[in-house]
Structures are given as structure tokens and as C-alpha cells.
Unconditional design. Structure first.
Lengths: 197, 844
């Protein structure tokens, strides 16, 4: 038994010497790339699926987005500091995956010619920016960056999408603030309802 | 008196030698006489508001001794660029400046500037930056005219493709149109990035604070640092310097220019005054040589009084330096009266020595009494908390005694040594008004005096040193720029607190006052809600990063900006379908530009478009490093304005109203004092000085009148005769104060010297007139006294009336008020004294 344990320990040591673990940043980047790859691939598959109606394709997209997005972070920055009551906040929370899926499909799926290509990753502050190009049939590829944060137990999740340096989250926060200021929480919920399917 | 004059006449050389010895002692002492131009030190340091100000200045010396460079630009970019360039030029000159700090150019403040925005402002700013990130990346990748046109074309195409708000790009289009329009007029107008990205912008004011190393061995201690600032301004790139106004203010600059403005016309004024005085003396005394004798006596008096001042007070202030005015006004009287009396006794009596003895006996008591009463009056000022006036009182008291002694010594000696000087004209009486006129005139003058006394209590003392300064001088004009902007207005109060908790509590309490615009302490310089703000900045971080170092992306995918260079015509065509006036305006401007463009014009236009672009990118780059701001991490020049090396905290209290209005200043000071009695600073000093000086002047005037009355009573032993001397003086003072009210000419640190001068001159004239009227067998107008009184007054007016034309408001007000006061004194003495003497005789 002891010999077995010694052999196991030696093998582990050898393995550690021969293949040192990736640094934390690198490991995070790899995990982020994997997440982005899955999201982009699943969403592309959903949006280009044949034999399905639009609702079914949207449902598939929503599943891909829901699996990859940190909705709590999106909610926090979109309306976290705004005056919504509990019921309104609950409805917002329920509508958010649909809304973001519609946003994703509209902004990144239009004219999509082929599956997105992941080009690399870099660590920016504590997050990883995964760069991708979405080929478009009638235009040059769209440069996209997925901002991925490692939530430890929950794993890596997308907290923002950047297109040419423009943050979806910042953009939508600005848009929601305008709607809330003009129409209040019910106006915002009505807007989201209209764009969540 | 006759004995002393006779002795001087008998031993003239000894008398002149004695004067020469005293002159050499005085001349040796005078170089040690310094001048302190700080008006805040003209009041007793023991006064509570002065004591608090002294503690404040000791803990935070930089508050007072800072030079403030104010940069007003047509845009934030211009003002920032100039401020940064000046800071770069001045900061290395550590031999001239302790510290140089420009908040808008300081890397730490720029990096953390976003944290100082309100949450709403921060949201808006970050959203705009995020939307503009790719535009900035495009511009950065190709900072040329083609690059600019391509970036605008791409942004316009993207907005169109995304169905974005039509107005979103309007500021960018409008700004580009403005640059092109200026080019069409042959002007170079730099592109304003703040306007283009936010739609705001417009003129901006920036400040740079430089704490100079003051050289107190020079008359202008800040001369070298000021010269360095002027050189730095002169060394600015003309392309950016032409678009800004630059001014320098702050206490050291204000004092330097005040000294310059107060003395710039002094030589001309002095020459003119001397010419007028000499002409008057020639008229009064009959020959130029006799006028020269009187002037010589005056010069001797001035030098001896200067020596007396050097030995007694050492350092003059802005008020006591006016002893020269006082002594010319009063010193000349003794010589004129002596010579005028001598001529009366000398006519028809060839024995000069006998005539001198008689003169001494005749005029000596009057001169001695007037010198003594004037000295008593001046010494009354020496007892007050008004240090400036107290010094002047002491010097003036010594000066009149000196003037009396000089007149009684030097003049008889000179008349003996140089017989030609003794040959004067026969006394010519002043034409006596008829009784039909004198009586109603006396009533009229008395009524006017009484009416003036009713108005006089409204007279006020303006203790604001800014009102003494030439409004056209650059440092005052710059000060007014700051005063006009509530956020920068320099007149503020300070409250010292022993610890952070006390400072925070005081700041909170004071902020609630209606009269207070804001109350800040060190803790307020640490931005609020930093966790939430930093989270938002972190959210926008990738956008900032993209703008600063990312590769531009063709988001619209339309090929805009990449299908060959974008020409003005092509962008104009793109703009045709874009709604909004700005797009149409830019389209038209581009079309017009296409018709006139050439290579040189393209290069010049590109320079205008990108002049401040590198600075914008640099600011964004610095903002990438934004982190938590703590009090300890703040730049030292900023932190040290709120926390002293000994651990004392300062709460800065800004007024809600414009404190250039005296009523607002009093309300602000009173409101703050009610809640924080320990508050100190210039507003409290001005308000306190106003009260302290008013009290001191009333106290001194009361004491002076009482002292003079008692002294005159002790000598004359007749209350009616005393009344004939003092009543015209009181009414003349009333007229002067009323004129101050009616002409909007408040008393200030410069012109307040007319009060002791009026008392001195009024008492002198009154004594001479009253005693002569009392003694004269006929009318007093038949004697030499009225003419002597008139010439004495006229020489004072001639000597200092020219100051009314000075550029320096304080000096000008002194000249004007002095003419009024002397005029009032003469009118009262001539109008009332003969009638009062008649009344006194009748009573007896």
C-alpha cells in the first residue's frame, strides 16, 4: 500500500514538474475563452437553426445566454440604484434574460454569415476580455469582446459585451435611466416586455 | 517765548548748528524706518478678530501668501493647456516658489476627477465616453484631416445604421462646422473636444496656486516670483496663449501693484505740489527767498519728524506713512504765522532783533498753545486699538512740537543771519466783509454745520483693502474675475478645529446657513459614494482602454472610413440624409471647404482639429488609474490648505452672496459668527475693522476734543474763548463726515488721516483767529492773521489736493477729502469765529 502511495505521489510530482499548472490569469483566460466559445457557438446555432420557428430559435438563444450571463450583475448596473419596488424589481429580474437574449440576437446575430471566431483573450483588471469576430454576410466582420468575470463557485460568466469599445451595459444603463426619468418604472417594464421575446 | 526767539536771534549760528546736529541724528535714523504695507496689521493684534486671524495665518501661512494665476479660456481645453504649461514652467523653479499647484493639471486630480462628479454626471460622462470610444480610437490611429473626416463619416454611418438618436452626434457635427467656419474666415479655431463629446463646454476658468518665496529685503517682496510668472506667460506657445486671458492676483501681487500704483505718479504730483506751494508762499511772504526759508523750515521739520518716527515706531504702516502729509499741512503753519507776525512788528521798526523779540512774545503763546492742543489731539489717537492711527497720532504729536520748535528757532536765526530775508512786504489786511454779510453768513454757516452734524452719523469706514486699490491694475482686475465666480470667490472665512470630527460637525452645521454657499473641510475633498462610483468607472474601463489604446473597429460594417480616404465632399454627401441643423451646417461647411482647400490649408485645419486631442487622450489615460481617494493620498498642496502640520483642521466657509456688497459681508460674518464664533479670515477682519475703527475714531475724537478743551481752558481760563476755538472745528468735522456720506466717499485706511489733520489744522486756525480777534483792538481782519490762516490752508490744499487725481482710489479719496476738510475748516473759522468772539466778549 505504501509503495502504491509512493508511486502515486511520485507520479503526481512528476506530472507537476513536467506540466506546471497555468498561472491564475491564464487559467481564467482559458475558462473565459471556453465560456465565450460556448456562448457564441450555442447562440449562433440557435439563431441559424433550420426547421425551427422564430420563437423556438429565440428560446434556444435565451438558453445559451442564460447559461453564460451573470444576470445579477446586469441587474445591479442597469437598475440597482433606481427606485423600483419589490414587485417591479421581481418582474424586471424575470424579464431580463429575455431582454438580453433579444439584445444579443439583434446586435450580434443580424447578417451573421458564419459562426463567430474567438481570437484571443486578455486580462483587464480582474476580468477577462475575450475577443471575437462575427463574420457578416454583407459587411466586414463585427469585432466583439465578451467581458467575463470569474465568480469562483458559479464559475466564469459574461458581465458585459463590447462592440468597438462600446459597452452594452453602459449603453443600456444610460438608455434605462432616460426611460425611468421620463416614464418611471412602469414605463421601463413596458419597454422591456416589448423587447424580451 | 520772546526770550527763546531773542536768544535764537542773538546766537543765530549756534541755533543753526543745534538744528544741524539734530538733523544729522535724524538723517542717520531715517534709513532704519521700514514700511509695512499689510493693512490687516493696522489694528491691534489683541482685538479678538485679529487674534483669530493671526492664529489662522500662523497655522496656514499659504492661505495669505499665495500668488493665484487665473487662466480664462474660450474652452476647457485651452485653459487646461495653458495652466498645465505654466505649471510645468514654474514648478521647477524651487528657488522662487515653495509650491506650485494647478488642480486641473495635477496628475492625481485628473486621474481621480471622475470621482468628484455627482452620480448622475458620472453616468452621463461614462455613457458618452463609451459611445465615443471607437471614434476616439479612430482619431488616435490617424490624426490627420483625412483621419478626422473618416472618423466622423464612420460615426455618422454607424448612428444611421443603428437608428441612434439623431441628436447624439449633433455636438460633434456642430463643433466640426465651427472649426470649418472659422477657417473660412481665415481664423484658427481649435476643435473643442469637451463640447464635441458632451454638448457642454464653453468658456472655462482655471487657477494655478504658487506659494512664492518672499524676499522681505526688497520693497516688493514678491518681485522675483512675479517676474518668473510673467516670463512663463511670455514663453507660452502663442497659438494657445492668444486664446486665453491670464491674470495674477493674490495678496503678494496685490501688494506689489498697490505700492506701484500708489507711487507711480508721486514724483509728478510732488513736483506739482511743490511748485504750487512755492508760488503760494511767494504770494504770502513777499519774496522767493522768504518762501524758500519757510520751505526750508518745513523740510527740516519733515526730516526731524522722520527721525523721531524711526526712533519711536520703527516701522510705518499705510496710515502712519502719511505723517508727511500731516506735517506739510501743519508744519508750514508755524513758519507762515511767525513770518507774518514778524512783518507786522518789523514794519516801521528797523531794529530787527527787537521786532523778533516782539514777534516771539506776540505769536509765541498762540503757536505754543496750538502746538500743545494739536499734540494732545494727536496723542488721543495713540491710545486706540487702531494701530495705524495710533502711530500717526504719536508721530504727529511729536511732529507739531518739532515744527513749533523749528519755527521758533530756525526762522529768527535765519532772519538775523540773512538780513534780506527780514525785508518783507507791509501786512495787507484781508478785505473785511460788511456787517450785512457777516451776520447772515454766520447763521448760514452755523445752520449748514448743524445740518451736516445730523448727516454725519451715517458716515462709515470701509475697511476692505480691495477698495483702496486701483481697479484698473491687473491684480485687482484678476481678483474681480474670481470674485464674480461664486465657486472661486476668494473672500472666505475659516474655522479651525482640533480634530476631524469637530471639523466635520462644524462643516455640516455651517452648510445649513442661508448665508453660506458651502462649508468644506478635508473630509469633503474625499469624494462620496466612492464604492459605487468606482464600480461604474470599472464598468466603463474597457471603453476607456479602447479609446486610449485599442484598435479602431468598423462597427457599422459599411466600409465607412475604410473605402479610401474620406473627402470633404464624401462626408458632406453622407450628412445629406442626416436630420438636424448641425449636420446640415457641417455639410455646407464641408462643401465650402472643398472649394478652397489646398495642401497648406489642409495641414492648418488638421492642426486646429487635433491641437488638443493628445491632451484629451492623456487625460483619459490618467483616468484609467482612478482608484480610491483618501485624505492622506490627496496632493500635499491641497491637503495642507485644510490640515496644518500641527494637526489643526480648517473648515473653509464660502459665502452665498457677493461680498463686494458691504451689507452682504456683514450678514455673512454675523451669521457664521453666531454659529461658529471662532471663524476668522478677511471678511471677519473687514467687518471687525469697520467696527473697531469706527469706535476708535469716535473715542479718539472725543478724547481729542476733551483734551484740547481742558488744555485751552487751563491756558485761557475762559470757557467762552475755548468754545470759540472748538465749535467751528466740530462743525467742520461734521461737514467733512457729511460730505463723505453725500459723495459716497467712505472713510478708509488712506483718507482717514484727514480727521487728525482737520483737528490739528482746525485747532491751529481757531486759536490764531480767536486769540487775535480777542486781542485786536479793531477787527481781526485788519491783522496779518486771516491772511496767514488762508495761506496756511491753501498750502495744505496745494500740497495734497493734487492727490485727488491719483490712479490709486485710496490716495485719490485722501486728496479729495482733505480738500473738503480744509475748506470746511476755513469756512467755519472765517464764518463763525468773529461772531463767536463778539458773543464771548458780550458774555464777559
Amino acid at each position: 500500500m505504501t509503495a502504491v502511495l509512493r508511486a502515486l505521489a511520485a507520479a503526481m510530482l512528476l506530472a507537476m514538474i513536467q506540466a506546471p499548472p497555468a498561472p491564475a490569469d491564464e487559467a481564467q483566460e482559458q475558462a473565459a475563452v471556453a465560456l465565450a466559445q460556448t456562448l457564441a457557438g450555442d447562440a449562433h446555432a440557435a439563431m441559424t437553426a433550420t426547421g425551427l420557428d422564430a420563437a423556438a430559435r429565440f428560446e434556444m438563444t435565451k438558453q445559451a445566454v442564460s447559461a453564460a450571463f451573470a444576470f445579477d450583475v446586469w441587474e445591479k448596473f442597469l437598475v440597482g440604484d433606481r427606485n423600483l419596488d419589490e414587485a417591479q424589481r421581481g418582474e424586471f429580474r424575470a424579464l431580463l434574460p429575455g431582454f438580453l437574449s433579444r439584445l444579443y440576437a439583434d446586435q450580434l446575430g443580424k447578417g451573421m454569415g458564419a459562426a463567430p471566431v474567438i481570437e484571443g483573450a486578455r486580462t483587464v483588471r480582474s476580468d477577462v476580455m475575450v475577443a471575437a469576430r462575427i463574420p457578416r454576410a454583407a459587411a466586414k466582420p463585427l469585432p466583439v469582446e465578451y467581458r467575463v468575470r470569474d465568480f469562483e463557485e458559479r464559475g466564469p460568466l459574461v458581465i458585459d459585451i463590447m462592440v468597438g469599445g462600446v459597452s452594452f451595459l453602459v449603453l443600456k444603463r444610460d438608455e434605462f435611466r432616460g426611460i425611468l426619468d421620463r416614464k418611471g418604472p412602469e414605463g421601463l417594464l413596458a419597454y422591456i416586455r416589448a423587447h424580451a421575446t | 517765548m520772546g526770550g527763546w526767539v531773542s536768544a535764537a536771534a542773538r546766537f543765530p549760528r549756534r541755533a543753526i548748528t543745534l538744528v544741524a546736529v539734530l538733523l544729522s541724528i535724524a538723517a542717520a535714523a531715517i534709513p532704519g524706518l521700514s514700511v509695512d504695507t499689510d493693512s490687516s496689521r493696522m489694528l491691534s493684534p489683541e482685538l479678538p478678530f485679529q487674534a483669530r486671524a493671526n492664529v489662522l495665518n500662523a497655522e496656514f501661512p499659504a492661505l495669505r501668501d499665495t500668488l493665484i494665476v487665473v487662466v480664462r479660456g474660450e474652452s476647457a481645453e485651452t485653459a487646461d493647456a495653458v495652466t498645465g504649461a505654466l505649471a510645468d514652467a514654474l514648478a521647477p523653479q524651487s528657488g522662487l516658489f515653495h509650491r506650485v499647484f494647478a488642480p486641473a493639471a495635477d496628475p492625481y486630480m485628473v486621474a481621480h476627477g471622475l470621482l468628484y462628479l455627482s452620480p448622475e454626471e458620472l453616468d452621463l460622462t461614462l455613457a458618452r465616453l463609451s459611445k465615443a470610444a471607437d471614434l476616439l480610437a479612430m482619431l488616435r490611429s490617424d490624426p490627420s484631416l483625412e483621419g478626422f473626416l473618416g472618423a466622423v463619416d464612420a460615426a455618422t454611418a454607424l448612428a444611421g445604421a443603428a437608428g441612434a438618436d439623431a441628436g447624439a452626434l449633433a455636438p460633434l457635427h456642430a463643433e466640426a462646422a465651427a472649426v470649418l467656419a472659422a477657417d473660412g474666415q481665415g481664423l484658427r479655431r481649435p476643435f473643442r473636444w469637451v463640447s464635441a463629446l458632451s454638448g457642454g463646454g464653453g468658456p472655462a476658468t482655471r487657477i494655478l496656486m504658487a506659494v512664492p518665496r518672499l524676499d522681505f529685503t526688497r520693497l516688493s517682496p514678491a518681485a522675483e516670483p512675479l517676474r518668473a510668472i510673467r516670463q512663463a506667460v511670455a514663453g507660452l506657445d502663442p497659438a494657445i496663449a492668444e486664446a486665453v486671458e491670464i491674470g495674477v492676483t493674490g495678496e503678494p501681487a496685490l501688494r506689489a501693484e498697490e505700492m506701484q500704483s500708489a507711487t507711480s505718479r508721486l514724483p509728478l504730483s510732488f513736483a506739482l505740489s511743490m511748485l504750487l506751494v512755492a508760488a503760494l508762499l511767494r504770494l504770502a511772504l513777499g519774496s522767493l527767498s522768504r518762501a524758500g526759508l519757510a520751505l526750508a523750515a518745513l523740510v527740516v521739520t519733515l526730516i526731524l519728524t522722520g527721525g523721531f518716527a524711526a526712533l519711536t515706531v520703527g516701522a510705518l504702516n499705510l496710515i502712519s506713512i502719511a505723517f508727511v502729509v500731516l506735517m506739510v499741512g501743519l508744519g508750514i503753519d508755524y513758519a507762515i504765522h511767525f513770518i507774518a507776525h514778524f512783518d507786522e512788528h518789523h514794519v516801521g521798526a528797523p531794529a530787527r532783533a527787537a521786532a523778533l523779540g516782539q514777534t516771539g512774545r506776540a505769536v509765541g503763546p498762540a503757536l505754543a498753545l496750538s502746538a500743545a492742543t494739536t499734540a494732545v489731539a494727536f496723542l488721543s489717537f495713540a491710545t486706540t486699538d487702531f494701530v495705524g492711527m495710533a502711530q500717526l497720532g504719536l508721530i504727529g504729536a511729536g511732529g507739531v512740537v518739532i515744527a513749533f520748535a523749528v519755527a521758533m528757532t530756525l526762522i529768527p536765526a535765519a532772519l538775523t543771519l540773512w538780513p534780506r530775508l527780514a525785508d518783507g512786504p507791509a501786512p495787507r489786511p484781508v478785505r473785511q466783509p460788511s456787517a450785512r454779510i457777516t451776520r447772515p453768513l454766520a447763521w448760514l454757516v452755523a445752520a449748514a454745520g448743524l445740518a451736516a452734524l445730523a448727516v454725519a452719523p451715517q458716515a462709515r469706514f470701509d475697511a476692505d483693502p480691495m477698495n483702496l486699490r486701483d481697479p484698473a491694475s491687473p491684480s485687482v482686475a484678476t481678483y474681480r474675475w474670481l470674485a464674480a465666480e461664486p465657486e472661486l470667490a476668494p473672500m472666505r472665512l475659516s474655522l479651525l478645529a482640533p480634530d476631524a470630527a469637530s471639523a466635520a460637525a462644524a462643516s455640516t452645521g455651517l452648510s445649513t446657513l442661508r448665508e453660506v454657499r458651502s462649508a468644506h473641510w478635508l473630509g469633503d475633498l474625499v469624494p462620496a459614494d466612492q464604492v459605487a462610483k468606482l464600480a461604474l468607472i470599472d464598468l466603463a474601463y474597457p471603453s476607456l482602454l479602447h479609446a486610449v489604446e485599442g484598435a479602431p473597429a468598423d462597427i457599422a460594417g459599411t466600409g465607412a472610413g475604410t473605402a479610401g480616404p474620406v473627402t470633404p465632399e464624401r462626408l458632406a454627401a453622407r450628412l445629406e440624409g442626416v436630420p438636424g441643423a448641425a449636420a446640415a451646417e457641417l455639410g455646407a461647411a464641408l462643401t465650402a471647404y472643398a472649394a478652397r482647400r489646398d495642401e497648406a490649408r489642409d495641414a492648418a485645419l488638421a492642426e486646429s482639429l487635433f491641437r488638443y486631442f493628445p491632451a484629451l487622450i492623456e487625460r483619459l489615460r490618467l483616468q484609467l488609474d482612478a482608484g480610491e481617494v483618501t485624505a492622506a493620498a490627496l496632493p500635499a498642496p491641497l491637503r495642507e490648505r485644510y490640515l496644518s502640520p500641527s494637526g489643526i483642521y480648517r473648515v473653509e466657509i464660502a459665502p452665498a452672496a457677493d461680498l463686494r456688497e458691504p451689507g452682504a459681508l456683514a450678514r455673512f460674518v454675523d451669521a457664521v459668527a453666531a454659529q461658529a464664533p471662532g471663524a476668522a479670515g478677511p471678511p471677519a477682519q473687514i467687518a471687525g475693522a469697520r467696527r473697531a475703527v469706527a469706535g476708535a475714531l469716535l473715542e479718539a475724537a472725543g478724547l481729542a476734543l476733551l483734551g484740547c478743551a481742558l488744555l485751552a481752558l487751563a491756558v485761557l481760563r475762559d470757557p467762552w474763548r475755548v468754545a470759540t476755538i472748538l465749535l467751528p472745528l466740530v462743525l467742520a468735522a461734521g461737514v467733512t463726515a457729511a460730505a463723505s456720506v453725500l459723495l459716497g466717499l467712505p472713510f478708509n485706511y488712506a483718507n482717514v488721516i484727514v480727521l487728525p489733520l482737520l483737528i490739528g489744522l482746525g485747532i491751529d486756525s481757531g486759536i490764531h483767529f480767536a486769540l487775535r480777534a480777542d486781542r485786536a483792538e479793531g477787527s481781526v481782519f485788519d491783522t496779518s492773521t486771516p491772511r496767514a490762516v488762508i495761506y496756511s490752508a491753501l498750502t495744505t490744499v496745494a500740497a495734497f489736493g493734487t492727490l485727488a487725481f491719483s490712479d490709486h482710489p485710496g490716495t485719490a479719496s485722501m486728496g479729495l477729502l482733505l480738500v473738503i476738510a480744509v475748506g470746511a475748516a476755513i469756512v467755519m473759522v472765517f464764518g463763525l469765529t468773529p461772531a463767536l468772539v463778539r458773543l464771548a466778549r458780550a458774555r464777559r
